[in-house]
Unconditional design. Sequence first.
Lengths: 293, 483
Amino acid sequence: MTERSEITKTWKLFIGGAFPRSESGRVAPVKDLTDRSGGKALAYAAQASRKDLRDAVEAARAAQEKWAASSGYLRGQIIYRLAELLDGRREELIEAVRMSGRVGKSKARTEVEVAIDRTLSFAGWCDKLDSVVGGRNAVAGPFHCFSQIEATGVVAVFAPEEFPLIGFLTLVLPAIACGCSVIAMPSSVEPIPALIVAECAPSADIPPGVLNVLTGLREELVPVVAAHRDIDAVVASVEPEMAKILQLGVAENLKRVRLVDPQAKFLEDLAWSSPSAFQAVTEVKTVWHTVGL
Amino acid sequence: MTTPSTNWDYAPAPESTKVEIKTQYGLFIDGAFREPRSGRSIETINPATESSLSRIAEADAMDVNLAVVAARKALKNWRRVPALERAKYLYRIARRIQERARELAVLETMDNGKPIRESRDEDVPQAAAHFFHHAGWCDKLRWACPTSNGSAPEPIGVCGQIIPWNFPLMMAAWKIAPALACGNTVVLKPAETTSLTALHLAEILQEIDLPPGVVNIITGAGETGRELVAHGDVDKIAFTGSTDVGRAIASTVAGTKKRLTLELGGKSPNIIFADAAIDQAVEGIVSSIWANQGQVCCAGSRLLVEESVADEVIEKLRLRMRSLRVGDPLDKNTDVGAINSRAQLDRIESFIKLGVAEGAQRHDISDVALPSKGFWCKPCFFTAVQPAHTIAREEIFGPVLAVMTFRTPDEAVARANNTMYGLSAGIWTSRGSKAYEIARQIKAGVIWCNTFNQFDPAAPFGGYRESGFGREGGRSGLSAYCA
């Protein structure tokens, strides 16, 4: 019997609910980093250009208002559905995490399981953030005054290079849960776990444009994100020199920036799914209404 | 036969000005007033008379460093002061502001030019309220800003705070009160044209025995502010002011560990629906754009009126504008006082000229006599304004209103959101459900329904988009001062 040769997959971008190639036509190999001989190509992934990024911002902008206007209950159900779908591809995810060469099979399994559980946790936040962070303000005059939590808008996420699944989900999900739309740049060394999330997104009924995933070169995409005036916030776990470029982008359009230490331990600490996870991706809106006859 | 007098004008009712203003003020560093190392000072004048009030020190890099060193040294003990003890200091500050309220109000009006009615009824009581409110938070932070291990949150550290000239004492209180409540120490820089009430607040801090270095107040202009922002041992910058300066600050702190909150400019919409109580709405317009001479970051400088009531609203507004009393800010009957500085007056006047040049129609109270000295701008509004006009897009920071109309709620929302700013908005309608729906759709941090320009220490204040980020007041404001 002849040995069956493998189908080497080319993973594509995820923009506006579709899976296009990069308009630049570029692809890059995704290496098996457990392979000591230097890493054979496991698969190929599209390498997004600045034009792809601009397209993704357009798709994200077009989707955001409607997503934010949907009920927290609905968003919660959709994210719960995403957790179900990820759980169904658990073995594939474990293998993809293991290929990063950083962890063995059992640690890869833990990362995947904690990541799926964290997805459940964020599903639950969608209709509770307002109750926990917002509320009535006891002002001194005859007014009904309350503060509600709203989505900041279009958010760019640079996931950490390590923790290719849980790092990605921990930074992407708060934005989606509260009604933002996201352009997410996964780990550039091990993007496959994030690309599996992208493939689950349509089946989970995440509306087209709410989650966009771009694989590619960080040093190319960081300056474009920083300068883009229609990106409202950036969440990034990147090295200091890239963090500085993103911070300089604040001067462009006052985009909000949340920086996460790239050496952070994404598996530990309850704070990852605490209200502080929503900094930069939420706004507090205070509404006053007169009270009187 | 004598003709009965038709002069129904008010008699002058000046507030007495018994306030002791020193001929010069030093920098308040480490609990004492000291001469600036720079050896430089700036004259501060009364914008209603152009006469000199005092000279204030101009801090240079060395002075800024001394203040930061004092704040760093004080932090060590201050952050460990038991929470309720920390609260007592804040309560005492609130009390002393209340006790010295009259003096502070008069001083504020003389230094800023705002009507005594406003400094007496708004600025000073709000300043006291901010300290009183935040005093109560000191021992409740673990519930307000929970940490994952249940302990009280740590302070951020040394906070550099830069405030504008439009609400000098109130802004100082907004900045200092939450910082201290959370256990931080402060270096505050007031605006160079309006530093006097902050310096009198420094006297109060001495009176209540606040530990030296916990609050340092350094005066100076833009260069002093830049030194503070760039200082390597400051942990957080909180800035209220223009969007342009906010951008520059953001660039300076990029690549550092400094936290940043920015409360910047606005071009806020005030939306009047046909079903609103029109008389109340007109009063709301008056307070939204002519209070404090329109020098308010959240001023309702774009009036959007539903077309069917536009003529009625404009006519009533014209009548109401005529009744505004412009003049001596110390007169208790004055509605519109002096513009804070010559530079600001020039800026406002250039916008008014531009409005006329671009084809909008100006309405003002041309026959009102203004004092011969001082910086005065008559309140005015423009009709026939196009959304692309400069006066409909850029922050003027003066008593100048751009009036536009709309036909449907969707159009009102689209026009309201057609700005890069997002600080505040006003909505006037007698239908509650409509008010809340429009409030939901508007991208702004503070929305007033059937009212305008209300502030309270319990209510978070701050902007969306290019109006900045971070909130002041309420629980959200506290979180900006907890690590």
